[in-house]
Write a protein that binds this ligand. Structure first.
Ligand SMILES: [Fe+2]
Ligand SMILES: [Fe+2]
Length: 488
């Protein structure tokens, strides 16, 4: 008999062949109607079906019944294959426990049509079942290891996304993406507290009910710790909840940093497994902590940015106070420049640099004498040379502030011309930063369309005509085209 098994293993070309050999032998020996092989998942402590014949529904209902009734357990405890006729004379099973070193790792159930007697050939079938069981257990471990590796990979990816994330919405999107690829559930949601301590649903999948104070999310926030509910319907703490009646299990985590609770991450009804596992818990705990930290950092960063912008605005106003003819100029130039950059689909960080650069583009005028700035008539060549220093002075002032370093270059180049006849460096074409080329058009457009003591204002059509005339000379032709559309 052992010889026979060894031959089967030696000749088998793969897992499928081992399985086919086993089933052929079983068909010959007991002429089964259908069959199923279950292997113990040590993480969930549940038997999971790993192979079976095609009548899926019938098999699962029958095997569930055999498990629930304790019949499987009874067979497993005896470590021996058995014929069983549990209810009527018409329902017969042959059950083979898969036992390795006195440890049951699974079982095979065959549904047969008639009662049979045990014969010694069935021992070799049982050995083959053990072999198959080992094979499936190996696959299961491999899957479990891969599952862990994948989760770790996602966690690292999210850590990276979080580090570079400056936008809460995009961050939450990445988290939902991670969830969909790791711990699959029927419903999931991320909710954040607003200023009034009310939970607002930010991202969700299939989640359609309102978040009321009786819900799990609020419970988690009020208790400031995670919760795992294995049988939701039986949990009296949520008997007034509006959550749907088909909820089985729930896992919810507060999104909290050291001393602030920001919201909750909640998952409902684990898919693919009967309940959430210890691994799910550890993974999601790490994920929610990381998410909370990132949300906090983003909001701190946003506050900081707001404070920066206010400082920059105050500085910008200081220039206008010095040069009263240009009142409103900075605000308008900034608006025009951003309109162009947005139309040209620049990325948010570039748009931000351009915003700072526009607000501060003439800050160098702080270093120019008021007599020249306020002079009503035409400037002399000497006076004009003085004025021409303002882009460099501006750059010198601004570059000392680390978050304005990029903007300082844009400021230096805002009077360069596309044809190379600008100042201070006489840069030509694409040698000039693109953001400076945008700023140059925005600056000129506002200068043309506003009244100055030494010149009359042009209307929009005239200004656009002027831009068209200077296409490829003073201005970048590509940006000219955009300006004609955006300002027209
Ligand atoms: Fe300027
Ligand atoms: Fe200007």
């Amino acid at each position: 008999m052992a010889q026979e098994i060894l031959e089967i293993i030696a000749k088998a070309e793969g897992d499928q062949e081992l399985l086919d050999g086993f089933l052929k032998k079983a068909k010959d020996l007991i002429n089964y109607d259908w069959w199923g092989m279950y292997i113990l998942n040590e993480e969930t402590n549940q038997y999971e079906v790993r192979a079976k014949s095609n009548e899926a529904k019938k098999i699962e209902t029958n095997i569930d019944f055999l498990i629930e009734d304790g019949i499987i357990d009874w067979v497993l405890r005896n470590y021996k294959p058995r014929f069983i006729s549990p209810i009527t004379d018409n329902l017969h099973f042959f059950i083979i426990p898969i036992v390795i070193a006195k440890k049951t790792i699974g079982f095979v159930v065959f549904k047969i049509s008639s009662k049979q007697a045990f014969n010694k050939n069935l021992h070799s079938l049982s050995l083959q079942a053990t072999l198959l069981g080992l094979m499936f257990q190996g696959t299961m471990y491999r899957e479990s290891v891969w599952d862990k590796v994948n989760k770790l990979k996602f966690l690292m990816e999210i850590a990276q996304k979080i580090t570079f994330s400056t936008n809460v919405d995009r961050l939450l999107e990445s988290i939902m993406e991670v969830l969909n690829n790791t711990v699959r559930t029927k419903y999931s949601c991320i909710s954040l507290l607003d200023e009034n301590k009310k939970l607002i649903l930010k991202k969700s999948s299939d989640f359609k009910w309102p978040i009321k104070p009786t819900e799990v999310c609020y419970f988690v926030i009020n208790h400031a710790k995670p919760i795992h509910i294995s049988d939701f319907k039986q949990d009296i703490r949520f008997k007034n909840s509006m959550e749907p009646s088909n909820l089985r299990n729930v896992l919810s985590f507060p999104l909290k940093t050291q001393n602030t609770i920001l919201g909750a991450l909640t998952l409902y009804n684990r898919l693919g497994l009967p309940d959430f596992t210890k691994d799910d818990f550890i993974f999601l705990f790490a994920l929610s902590n990381q998410a909370a930290l990132a949300i906090k950092l983003i909001s701190l960063y946003d506050e900081l940015k707001k404070a920066y912008k206010e400082t920059v605005l105050a500085l910008a106003e200081a220039i206008e106070a010095k040069d009263p003819y240009t009142r409103g100029h900075i605000e308008r130039v900034t608006r025009y420049a951003l309109m162009l950059a947005k139309a040209m689909k620049f990325k948010p960080s570039d748009i931000e640099t351009l915003e700072f650069a526009s607000l501060l583009h003439d800050i160098g005028k702080i270093g120019i004498s008021e007599a020249i700035l306020k002079k009503p008539g035409k400037l002399t060549a000497q006076e004009f040379r003085e004025i021409m220093k303002h882009p460099v002075i501006g750059e010198q002032i601004v570059k000392k502030v680390s978050f304005l370093k990029k903007a300082s270059i844009i400021i230096r180049q805002h009077h360069e011309r596309f044809d190379g006849n600008g100042y201070p460096d006489g840069l030509k074409g694409k040698k000039i930063e693109k953001l400076s080329r945008i700023l140059a058009i925005a600056d000129a457009f506002d200068a043309m369309t506003s009244e100055r003591p030494y010149k009359k204002r042009l209307n929009i059509e005239q200004a656009l005509e002027e831009i068209k005339r200077n296409k490829g000379k003073q201005f970048d032709p590509e940006i000219c085209e955009v300006a004609l559309k955006v300002f027209g």
